[in-house]
Ligand binder design. Structure first.
Ligand SMILES: *[C@@H]1O[C@H](CO)[C@@H](O)[C@H](O)[C@H]1NC(C)=O
Ligand SMILES: *[C@@H]1O[C@H](CO)[C@@H](O)[C@H](O)[C@H]1NC(C)=O
Ligand SMILES: *[C@@H]1O[C@H](CO)[C@@H](O)[C@H](O)[C@H]1NC(C)=O
Length: 188
């Protein structure tokens, strides 16, 4: 970053402008604390194929765990890496607009809770070339929503804040589908 005076002036002017915008949003919405910018709600679907022991089409794989235990979703310490297609509808054959790539760890001594960190990498649709980072804990059980936080991103999601509700909505053999409802707004 160059420390030129004009840049400093522009950023000060933007700050003043953003305070004015913020103030006017606050004045009109009347229920602050409120988001500094309008929230964008995006609904996406994540297509996962588990490893069955023989299939080669898996999108998630348990790569590490406590020695001497059977790695798995119920076992504390199991770490899995995933690379799941992200689609615009629940059907696995609907249009794919990117990938959800990241790590699950069973971070619960009783085995029920996953720690998740993932990046949605968009390659198609209106968010193409953008990425969104999400993080948090929750249950992978069917129909049990987990609430994750948004941890920034790039391009459209640059300085993004907000949350993601992730819920597994169907399960069939090794295939499962999760719905992600993304509530995001820009940080100021
Ligand atoms: C992956 O392969 C398994 C076993 O061959 C099959 O049951 C499953 O439907 C396949 N999943 C997808 C999404 O193609
Ligand atoms: C994404 O990047 C490619 C290559 O740089 C560009 O052609 C395309 O217009 C970009 N798409 C969006 C939605 O920004
Ligand atoms: C998610 O964000 C929306 C919009 O800011 C908010 O209304 C909702 O309460 C948040 N949900 C959680 C679980 O944080």
């Amino acid at each position: 970053m160059s420390g030129s005076k004009s840049l400093a002036f522009v950023s000060k002017a933007l700050l003043v402008l953003s305070i004015i915008v913020h103030a006017s949003v606050a004045a009109t919405s009347g229920n602050c604390p409120c988001s500094p910018n309008p929230t964008t709600v995006i609904e996406l679907y994540i297509q996962t194929v588990a490893y069955t022991g023989i299939n080669t089409n898996y999108t998630i794989y348990a790569v590490a765990g406590i020695q001497g235990t059977n790695f798995g979703n119920g076992q504390f310490g199991t770490v899995s890496v995933f690379d799941d297609p992200v689609t615009i509808a629940a059907s696995p054959t609907s249009t794919s607009i990117g990938r959800s790539r990241g790590i699950y760890a069973v971070a619960d001594l009783n085995g029920g809770t996953l720690f998740i960190t993932s990046t949605f990498q968009f390659t198609g649709g209106q968010y193409a070339n953008s990425s969104l980072n999400i993080k948090g804990i929750g249950s992978a059980l069917l129909n049990v929503p987990m609430h994750l936080s948004i941890d920034g991103g790039t391009n459209f999601f640059n300085d993004a804040k907000g949350n993601v509700t992730l819920v597994a909505i169907s399960n069939s053999g090794p295939n499962s589908v999760a719905r992600a409802t993304i509530n995001t707004y820009k940080a100021i």
